[in-house]
Design a binder for this molecule. Structure first.
Ligand code: ADP
Length: 226
């Protein structure tokens, strides 16, 4: 479903990814680990064409991502939902309106928006906060709202970049349970993380990056190499 083939990425002569070969199958749950600066976010940005590779090819199903015409990018980004660390919430809109906005963008009519938005908030356990603005939400709640917005677009792949970075341990586990549920419902889930406890407990596939290279790709791996 996703294939990185001989990918390299340079930023101003600095090689941040090199020799990346990685295949991810539909329905997988994968942890992307590695120290800060290893290239995890860059890898995610390449997949949704926020950046272009310096060399190599990236495939999403039959699409070669770097060659997609511009008008197809919204479709790519609808199929691959990314929750970045800064959440990208709309500050002037309530939780419900934040979700409705996405539903509107993807073409749902007002009746559908009215029906779907509360359901999606329920899935991420935010029904009670539906009328709160982002600044009235805790870190974990903001994170869940960002996931709700990603889910509203019905993505086939959900990517969370360091989702547990700024939240307390209990919220982090709630979040993991949510990502697990989304994965069980059929979505491919990729999570970039520094949370060793979570990676060690879940025992999923672990891809480790270091200085822009894949140094480990392990089935049922832990946070550190064993
Ligand atoms: P990670 O997500 O693993 O922390 P990143 O992909 O964010 O790593 O960064 C990898 C490297 O690329 C870092 O050295 C970072 O400074 C560099 N980098 C990231 N984005 C840019 C950019 N837009 N311009 C120049 N260098 C960048």
């Amino acid at each position: 479903m996703i294939k990185f083939q001989d990918i390299a990425k340079e930023y101003n002569d600095l090689m941040v990814l090199s020799n990346i070969n990685l295949e991810i199958k539909e329905g997988e749950f994968l942890f992307l680990v590695g120290p800060s600066g290893a290239g995890k976010t860059t890898l995610i940005k390449l997949l949704i064409r926020e950046e272009l590779p310096t060399a190599g090819e990236i495939y999403y199903d039959s699409w070669e991502v770097s060659k997609l015409p511009h008008q197809q990018l919204p479709q790519l980004r609808r199929e691959i939902g990314v929750v970045f660390q800064d959440f990208k919430l709309l500050p002037q809109k309530t939780a419900l309106e934040n979700v409705r906005f996405v539903l509107d963008v993807i073409g749902k009519n007002p009746e559908e928006q009215e029906e779907l938005a509360p359901e999606i908030l329920k899935l991420v356990n935010l029904e009670r906060q539906k009328d709160h603005f982002p600044h009235q939400l805790s870190g974990g709640e903001k994170q869940r709202l960002a996931i709700a917005r990603a889910l509203a677009a019905e993505p086939k792949v959900l990517i969370a970049d360091e989702p547990t970075g700024m939240i307390d341990p209990a919220s982090a586990w709630n979040l993991i349970n949510l990502l697990n549920k989304i994965n069980e419902l059929g979505a491919t889930v990729i999570m970039a993380t520094h949370n060793a406890a979570i990676v060690d407990t879940l025992k999923r596939r672990v891809v480790e990056l270091n200085e822009g290279r894949i140094v480990r790709d392990q089935k049922e791996g832990g946070y550190a190499a064993s």
